[in-house]
Design a protein around this ligand. Structure first.
Ligand code: GLV
Length: 369
C-alpha cells in the first residue's frame, strides 16, 4: 500500500475521491455545496495536508502557500481555468498546481455553440410564447423572427484548445471564421479547416464556398455576425497580453448592431456594465453569458434588467457541466479523474518526480533549472 497522504477537497468531486481512499489516502471533503470560507482552507492547510483539491471558487494565494510551508505539496484544481490561483505565489513557494485541460474542451465548445444558436433563434423567448399561451397563430414573420447561424460569419476570440474546438463545430455549420488570439495562433489547424471547407464545397456537401483566417481584433469585431470568446483571464501584470475587460465600451461599439456575443471563458474578460449599456442602447443585437465578473450573478446585476431580457441569455457557469465531462474517473474523459491523477502524479512522484514532465502540472516554469 502506498504511503498515506492527507488530502482536503474543497468540494465533493464524486467517485474519484474513493479511488484515492482505496490507495490509502486520508481524504476529507468540505461537505457543503458552497465554497468553504478561506479561513477553513487555511486551517486545513496549516494542519499539514499534503494535497489540496480546489475549484475555481477558492482563492489560492501566498497566504495559503505560507500556511502550508513545508507540508503542502500540490494544489489540484478541478477546472481548466486557474485565475483563482496566484501563479507567482505558487512559484515563489515552489508548489506545483495542476488543472484539468482537454477533458472539457468539446463540452465547453458545444455549449458555446448551443448558446449562439439559442440566442440567434430566440429560443428562450419563443418557448415563453408557448408556455404563457401567447402563441396565437402561425404567421410568416409575427411575432418575431430569429437569425440563422448557418453560413454566417463568426469571430473566434482566443484560439487555444476550446477556441479550436469551437472552430470545428462552426465549420460543420458552413460558417466563415475570423480568428483572433493575442498570444497563440495555430495556423496549421486553420489551414486544415480551410482544406476541409474546400473539400465540402468541391464535393457538393456545402452550397457556398466559405473561409477561415486570422485577423486583427478590430477586423474580427467589426465584421462578425457572432463573436465567441475563448481566452483565459489574464490581469494586468500577469501577461504581456492581458485579457481583463478585453470587451469594454470601445470594443463592444465596434461590433455590428446585428451581432451577438457569447462568453463562456471568464467573466472579467467582459465589462458587464458596458455590456448592459450596449444591450440597452442596442449597439449589439444580443449576448449570452455563462460566466460573470462576480459569481453567482448578483441579484442587482444590470444584466437582469427586464428591458434587455429577451436579448440576454444568462447561464450559471454550466459549459463543462455534463455528466462524463465533470465526473468520469477516467483521467482521459473526466475533470474529476484528471484532477485526482494530477494530484497522484505529484504526491507519488510519477515521471521520476520531475514536475516539468507531469502533463497536468501548470506552473512548470517554477521547476525548470
Ligand atoms: C471552468 O470554468 C473551467 O475553467 O474548467
Amino acid at each position: 500500500m502506498t504511503r498515506k497522504f492527507r488530502v482536503f477537497a474543497t468540494c465533493d468531486i464524486g467517485e474519484s475521491l474513493e479511488l484515492l481512499r482505496q490507495r490509502g489516502y486520508e481524504v476529507e471533503v468540505y461537505p457543503q455545496p458552497e465554497a468553504p470560507p478561506k479561513k477553513l482552507i487555511l486551517e486545513k492547510v496549516k494542519s499539514g495536508i499534503d494535497g489540496l483539491i480546489t475549484t475555481l471558487r477558492d482563492p489560492i494565494d501566498a497566504e495559503v502557500f505560507e500556511a502550508g510551508k513545508g507540508t503542502l505539496k500540490v494544489v489540484a484544481q478541478i477546472a481548466v481555468g486557474f485565475d483563482n490561483i496566484n501563479r507567482a505565489d505558487a512559484n515563489r513557494y515552489k508548489v506545483p498546481f495542476t488543472h484539468t485541460a482537454d477533458v472539457l474542451t468539446e463540452a465547453t465548445a458545444e455549449f458555446a455553440f448551443f448558446l449562439m444558436g439559442a440566442l440567434a433563434r430566440k429560443m428562450w423567448t419563443a418557448e415563453h410564447l408557448t408556455r404563457e399561451n401567447k402563441w396565437g397563430y402561425w404567421h410568416p414573420y409575427l411575432p418575431f423572427l430569429g437569425d440563422e447561424v448557418t453560413g454566417k460569419t463568426v469571430a473566434i476570440v482566443g484560439t487555444g484548445r476550446i477556441g479550436l474546438a469551437m472552430i470545428k463545430k462552426c465549420a460543420g455549420f458552413d460558417m466563415n471564421m475570423l480568428c483572433y488570439d493575442p498570444a497563440y495562433q495555430n495556423h496549421e489547424y486553420v489551414k486544415a479547416i480551410q482544406e476541409l471547407k474546400d473539400l465540402q464545397y468541391d464535393r457538393g456537401i456545402s452550397r457556398e464556398k466559405t473561409w477561415i483566417k486570422y485577423v486583427t481584433l478590430d477586423e474580427a469585431l467589426t465584421s462578425a455576425d457572432f463573436v465567441s470568446v475563448h481566452v483565459p483571464l489574464l490581469r494586468e501584470g500577469e501577461s504581456t497580453t492581458p485579457t481583463y475587460h478585453l470587451f469594454n465600451e470601445r470594443t463592444l461599439r465596434m461590433m455590428k448592431p446585428t451581432a451577438f456575443l457569447v462568453n463562456t471563458s471568464r467573466g472579467p474578460v467582459l465589462d458587464e456594465a458596458a455590456l448592459a449599456k450596449a444591450l440597452r442602447e442596442k449597439w449589439i443585437a444580443g449576448a449570452a453569458l455563462d460566466v460573470y465578473e462576480k459569481e453567482p450573478l448578483p441579484a442587482d446585476s444590470p444584466l437582469r434588467d427586464p428591458p434587455i431580457e429577451d436579448r440576454c441569455r444568462l447561464l450559471p457557469h454550466f459549459a463543462s457541466a455534463a455528466r462524463i465531462t465533470r465526473l468520469s474517473t477516467d483521467p482521459n474523459r473526466g475533470m474529476a479523474g484528471r484532477c485526482v491523477q494530477g494530484l497522484i502524479d505529484v504526491l507519488e512522484s510519477n515521471y521520476g518526480g520531475d514536475f516539468t514532465k507531469m502533463p497536468y502540472v501548470v506552473n512548470k516554469e517554477a521547476f525548470t533549472r
